[in-house]
Design a protein around this ligand. Structure first.
Ligand SMILES: Cc1cc2nc3c(=O)[nH]c(=O)nc-3n(C[C@H](O)[C@H](O)[C@H](O)COP(=O)(O)O)c2cc1C
Length: 475
């Protein structure tokens, strides 16, 4: 259950490219960009990175294909988007938790550096995008903090830049649990202990990015264990006693200092923009580093939305939104998808079997406002059950043909946005408007609505059989 075993499986699937000699300055970012546009989109394992020791590797585009996502969450391979979404939704619905188990031994202890021996510069930290304000070792990191009371551990994925040999800068958005923990400590005049894992099984990355409605101690690790069907092994860091994945590659521990800040950003974001300029964030002083021999950093540089960049987030968002709508007691939900150009957040589509007047609006409003859907959403499209919500063209066709803007679009104001929404002026950040687009056949006209022109599936099969040779189709 470590990253290396997972990479070996990816390699045997033929979905891994091994690249030596790339520069960490822009070149690794560019190669990742290229890989994300490939079909199928391969994971990249970089070795012999210019300026770093041989064997100090970086893996990117880890979850950039349906197969690799399945592999990470213990689902069958070779599924279509819709099949995978169905199984993933069921798995999320089961909501199995398996608590992590503490162990004493870990390959992380192969190398331990403390105090003056700490040197973060030994690990590859790419400058991913041209206008990034630094070198980011953490783009798929798991940042582990504890609340001031000592009753709650949080594991969140927040970006981490190298400042110097023993300092890091971490950007955490307002309201995120990691930031709340830091703020609690600072309000009490105390430094905030932290541990960060930079290389781990992708399920840990997934858990660190996931939204949890109900939280309990080490929720993320228990959720990851539930997905894998076996507990994660944990070790506790030696200074601050924080739980980190025992099969990790590199872990640091240290403290956020209440009285020292450092400049962080800008950084190329998942929205496809450099959404932030430079900010002051608390300085993280690193006290101890643990790493395996020849460690692997897991990297997920964000960028302009493309399927491969965000597919893991899209699948999870879609499954969680579907659950939330159903949990609100709304029937007739067929499928939910977060369309690729929206990076998993901006653009939600829901297909329904209309059951009563007002059903489509109810679904649209709920999708736009439920826990996992509300943050930074802008467009919710509700369609009938014959539309494939995972197919952008099908959804756009429904918008074009079944909506009439004055009747079909509802605008909601002062909804929950975030600092990364570039369309919102600075003084209005935090709020946005959103459109619920009801593209269902109007309920009262659904029986007399014109029928769709399409070739029946049986006729397609008949014709294919007859014309197979002429069309060069396989048997
Ligand atoms: C690839 C990726 C990178 C992320 N980077 C950041 C980040 O730098 N800062 C941040 O606040 N949230 C970031 N997030 C979002 C958080 O990981 C996500 O909201 C998570 O649920 C936070 O956990 P929390 O609710 O326990 O704070 C990122 C998400 C992904 C998928």
């Amino acid at each position: 259950m470590d990253l290396r075993g997972w990479i070996a499986e990816v390699s045997s699937l033929g979905e891994l490219a091994y690249l030596t000699g790339a520069s960490s300055y822009l070149e690794m970012g560019a190669l990742t960009d290229i890989a994300r546009k490939e079909k199928p989109s391969r994971a990249l394992l970089f070795d012999e990175i210019v300026g770093y020791p041989k064997g100090y590797r970086v893996l990117t585009n880890a979850l950039g294909s349906l197969n690799r996502f399945s592999l990470a969450v213990n689902l069958p391979l070779h599924l279509t988007k819709t099949e995978l979404l169905k199984l993933w939704s069921e798995k999320i619905h089961q909501d199995t938790r398996i608590d992590p188990i503490p162990v004493k031994e870990s390959p992380l202890f192969e190398n331990i550096h403390e105090g003056k021996a700490v040197n973060l510069e030994e690990f590859p930290a790419p400058h991913w995008h041209r206008e990034d304000g630094g070198r980011y070792i953490g783009t798929a990191a798991a940042v582990v903090t504890r609340n001031l009371e000592g009753t709650m551990i949080n594991v969140g994925c927040y970006r981490v830049a190298i400042v110097d040999r023993n300092h890091l800068a971490v950007y955490i958005s307002p309201g995120k649990h990691g930031r709340l923990h830091i703020e609690e400590h600072f309000a009490a005049g105390k430094p905030c202990p932290v541990a960060i894992s930079f290389g781990h099984h992708p399920v840990v990355f997934l858990a660190a990015t996931a939204y949890f409605q109900h939280r309990r101690e080490m929720e993320e690790y228990a959720w990851a264990g539930g997905l894998l069907g076996e507990p994660l092994s944990m070790v506790f860091t030696k200074i601050h006693n924080l739980p980190v994945p025992a099969h990790g590659e590199i872990v640091i521990e240290g403290t956020f200092l209440p009285d020292k800040t450092v400049k962080e950003g800008p950084f190329g974001e998942w929205t496809g923009y450099y959404a932030h300029s430079i900010r002051e964030v608390p300085l993280l002083e690193v006290e101890m580093v643990y790493h395996r021999d020849y460690p692997i950093v897991l990297g997920h540089p964000p960028g302009k939305a493309r399927g491969a960049t965000d597919i893991f987030r899209i699948l999870t968002q879609a499954a969680q939104i579907k659950e939330a709508i159903k949990a609100a007691g709304i029937p007739g939900i067929k499928e939910v998808w977060c369309l690729e150009p929206g990076g998993g957040r901006f653009f939600i589509a829901v297909s329904i079997e209309q059951m009563y007047p007002g059903h489509a609006r109810q679904v649209g409003l709920m999708a736009a406002q439920c826990g996992p859907g509300a943050y930074m959403n802008k467009y919710v499209v509700v369609v009938d059950e014959d539309i494939d919500v995972t197919d952008l063209e099908d959804v756009l066709w429904a918008i074009c043909t079944r909506s009439d803007p004055a009747r079909s679009i509802e605008i909601l104001r002062r909804c929950r946005s975030g600092p990364l929404d570039v369309a919102i002026p600075l003084e209005e950040k935090g709020f946005n408007t959103r459109a619920i687009i009801d593209c269902c056949r109007p309920y009262e006209e659904r029986h007399r609505f014109p029928r769709v022109v399409e070739t029946a599936p049986e006729l397609i099969e008949q014709v294919k059989t007859r014309w197979r040779k002429e069309l060069g189709l396989s048997e």
